[in-house]
Design a protein around this ligand. Structure first.
Ligand code: SF4
Length: 60
């Protein structure tokens, strides 16, 4: 059975984002995502996504 894709961040995702933000860490995902291309990514949050179900680290 295929795993269902998350449509919105969980409370744990939101907590992680809040902690990173409070610590002054970089929270924008698109800068390090391998899909950060106009024709590769159709997420409306690009280029300032802080949570994304399609995120994949560039170079991995
Ligand atoms: S897939 Fe998500 S993280 Fe990657 S560029 Fe698109 S919006 Fe940003």
């Amino acid at each position: 059975m295929a795993k269902r894709k998350k449509l919105k961040p969980s409370w744990l995702d939101n907590l992680k984002i809040s902690i990173k933000k409070a610590l002054g860490m970089k929270i924008i995902l698109c800068d390090s995502c391998k899909y950060d291309w106009r024709q590769a990514c159709y997420q409306p949050a690009r280029p300032n996504a802080v949570w994304c179900p399609d995120y994949s680290k560039r170079g991995s």
